[in-house]
Design a protein around this ligand. Structure first.
Ligand SMILES: [Ca+2]
Ligand SMILES: [Ca+2]
Length: 375
């Protein structure tokens, strides 16, 4: 009853020709991107690159504290093993057909010790309805940021809302940490983050940040997966019921690490928090930190949404911007919603931007996990 991974290839579906309305949205998207980039940079200056150097209070990291670690091999071996924590390990005889994963299943990725949660396939409404966009404007009124960027043009790219159907997949329960990322650096497959070694950002249990999109993608490839698609990320965060925040439809300080002074939250972390510090922010599939803490790269290039229903979308084949999701410790309730999109240049190495990885369900077939099968 084991899982193993073979390396997933990158498959990008060709896109239908854009209709005029969509093309117009693309143009508008560039403006949105510029606006958002300014905001992100401003936030970085105001909240990330502060003179604060103290390490945030220690909180328990998720994997070691709440999950069963992979059992040590009974005999020395170079092949790491992982155990689905919701299922008993195979204890006699060879593994048979791989088990069918279901909601609630978790699995520890041997390459970096990341706890992954299973996301059952399904259909959801991606993006925001007109009524939901109006509600965002109310959020901007209630939680104004000092940069004045919480305005309609920052959120129009969430429209039109459209149906998306996805196959099941696994996604990291939290953002990738500095300690996990360091394994990839030591293995020669990743470049060090520009923030490595900095007290406020380089702690082992803090989310690795300051890495451009390609570095994040390289890490996930090394780890045996890939970045989640934008649709996978949003689905893991909001589910078929379409939650506005991972935990529900109303903002809650207990849901994550946000901009304290504006939200009125006192979450204890003016900058990054150890991953998994906010169990109250768990999404329907038990993913954490999807709202706040570090922004997260997703795999897709940016384009305006089409109103057409889609199945396993992977984004456009070309474009100049990648997408961030989830908001960060320096953002307000409007920006930490499950539908918020944040297009930026892929070379951006903002200090509040990290990532998590995903693995398609059909890539995990056996616990006999071999690194050689991943590459
Ligand atoms: Ca905070
Ligand atoms: Ca996050």
């Amino acid at each position: 009853m084991n899982h193993s991974i073979s390396i997933p290839g990158r498959h990008r579906a060709s896109l239908p020709a854009l209709r005029p309305a969509v093309a117009a949205r693309l143009t508008a998207g560039g403006l949105v991107a510029c606006t958002l980039a300014v905001l992100l940079l401003a936030a970085a200056c105001g909240h990330g690159e502060s003179t604060t150097t103290s390490v945030p209070p220690t909180a328990m990291a998720v994997p070691a504290a709440t999950h069963t670690s992979p059992p040590p091999a009974s005999t020395p071996t170079t092949v790491p093993t992982g155990t689905p924590t919701s299922q008993p390990p195979a204890n006699d005889g060879p593994a048979e057909a791989p088990p069918s994963a279901s909601q609630g299943d978790t699995w520890i990725r041997p390459t970096d010790g990341m706890v992954m949660v299973y996301v059952p396939g399904g259909t959801f409404q991606m993006g925001s309805s007109d009524a939901q966009i109006e509600a965002v404007m109310a959020l901007c009124d209630r939680y104004p940021d000092e940069y004045g960027k919480c305005k309609l043009d920052a959120f129009e790219s969430e429209s039109p809302q459209h149906a998306v159907t996805l196959e099941g997949f696994w996604i990291d329960r939290t953002e990738v940490t500095n300690a996990q990322y360091a394994r990839c650096v030591a293995d020669g497959a990743c470049r060090a983050s520009r923030l490595a070694g900095q007290a406020a950002y380089g702690g082992d249990d803090l989310p690795v940040a300051g890495v451009p999109w390609q570095d994040a993608a390289n890490y996930c490839d090394w780890a045996g997966g890939r970045l989640p698609t934008e649709a996978e990320w949003e689905y893991a965060a909001r589910g078929s019921e379409g939650r506005i925040y991972p935990w529900g439809d109303k903002f809650d300080c207990a849901g994550g690490n946000f901009w304290d002074s504006v939200t009125g939250c006192d979450d204890g972390y003016p900058e990054p928090a150890p991953v998994g510090s906010f169990p109250g922010g768990a999404s329907w599939c038990s993913a954490l930190d999807m709202a706040g803490n570090a922004w997260e790269w997703v795999g897709d290039l940016y384009e305006a949404y089409s109103p057409d229903a889609q199945r396993n979308p992977t984004g456009p084949d070309s474009g100049s911007q990648r997408i961030l999701r989830g908001g960060s410790w320096g953002y307000t309730p409007a920006f930490v919603r499950t539908a918020t999109r944040y297009p930026v240049p892929p070379a951006a190495d903002y200090l509040a931007v990290g990532f998590r990885c995903a693995i398609p369900a059909d890539r995990v077939t056996s616990l006999a996990f071999s690194p050689d099968s991943m590459r």
